[in-house]
Structures are given as structure tokens and as C-alpha cells.
Design a protein around this ligand. Structure first.
Ligand SMILES: [Zn+2]
Length: 188
């Protein structure tokens, strides 16, 4: 897939200096931003004309880059949100993901709308997302969608998670046993 306009043509998955272009980001003040992954692992939204011109060669991790990129790096504050989104997508759609069994494998999916990061981000910001909150599925057997998700604190999430765990304690042949069936991951 590529995006084209008068001034440029860009392919997703292409690399410019240290920046790998992942997907279309937001449009701010009529400027197009793209989601890029830097060699250092950080995910940032960067103005595409800066990426193409070489004005932005990395996420800002190299010292001599910092000055140039500063104006755009405010988008770094959303790197956590991107990680959350990517985590959801991986758990629900990638059979090689270690958590797939507990999500995609048992029918917990992602709605079509949220397969697009920008749509997810829009929902998150309109739903009072904060960096200290975690995403919660209201109905643990339903998937990730605007109707079934909300942002709650880690503490609330842990409490909910414990409620979802089947706990059995008892004695068998004179030995005490405790069985925990953890069908719900904390922080999910
Ligand atoms: Zn970097």
C-alpha cells in the first residue's frame, strides 16, 4: 500500500534513514503525519515531508537530531497507546503470539474499525485515555470494540482479573491443594 499526492509517494514498510514507515498517522494543521518505527525501537508520529527530506532521520534519539525533530516529537506521548493497540492486535490475530490462546484462540477479536490505529487512537482520546490507565473489556468473552472497552486503573483491572479466576481449594488424600484457573490476563 502506498500513499501518493502531488509532492511525494511513500510505501509502508520502506525505510528512510533510521525510520521504518508503518502506517498513516494523523493529519494536523493540514500536515500528514506517519507512524514510524525508529531503529532504537521507539514508535513516533513524524511529519512525512520531514522523513522524506531527511530532516528527520530518527525518532530524536541521536543527539544532533533532537533539535530538528523537537517540534514533532510531542507525538511521542502516544507511543504507549500505540503499544497497547499493537498488543491487542497481536494477541487477537497472531497465532504465534504467546497470549493468542487466551484471546484470538478463544474467539476474542478486534472489531474491523480498530484494525486501524488512527480509529483506535481517536476512540481512546475521546474516552479519557490516560497514560496510567489500562484497557478493559467489560464483557470478558467479547472482543475489543468501542462498545465493550473502557479505560480503568491497573488496580481496578487487577481486581476484575481476580474475580475472573476460578479458585478452588481443598484437601485430597490428606494433601492440601489449590488450583487456580487463570483465564484472564492482568492488564488486558
Ligand atoms: Zn530512535
Amino acid at each position: 500500500m502506498f500513499v501518493k499526492n502531488r509532492d511525494y509517494k511513500i510505501h509502508f514498510g520502506e525505510k528512510y534513514n533510521k525510520l521504518l514507515v508503518l502506517s498513516l498517522g494523523e493529519i494536523r494543521k493540514r500536515r500528514k503525519y506517519f507512524l514510524c518505527k525508529c531503529d532504537c525501537g521507539r514508535i513516533v508520529e513524524i511529519r512525512i515531508d520531514h522523513v522524506l527530506s531527511g530532516n528527520s532521520k530518527c525518532c530524536g534519539c541521536s543527539r544532533n537530531e533532537r533539535k530538528i525533530i523537537h517540534g514533532d516529537s510531542m507525538s511521542n506521548k502516544h507511543a504507549r497507546l500505540y503499544r497497547i493497540w499493537n498488543g491487542i492486535l497481536q494477541r487477537c490475530t497472531n497465532p504465534n503470539n504467546p497470549s493468542f490462546n487466551r484471546y484470538g484462540g478463544r474467539g476474542v477479536g478486534v472489531c474491523e474499525q480498530w484494525k486501524n490505529y488512527v480509529a483506535f487512537k481517536k476512540w481512546a482520546l475521546e474516552s479519557n485515555y490516560r497514560d496510567y490507565l489500562t484497557i478493559d473489556r467489560i464483557d470478558n468473552d467479547s472482543g475489543y470494540s468501542p462498545n465493550n472497552c473502557r479505560w480503568i486503573t491497573r488496580r481496578e483491572n487487577t481486581m476484575r482479573a481476580h474475580r475472573g479466576i476460578k479458585h478452588s481449594k481443598g484437601e485430597f488424600n490428606g494433601k492440601r491443594f489449590e488450583h487456580v484457573d487463570r483465564n484472564r490476563a492482568i492488564g488486558s
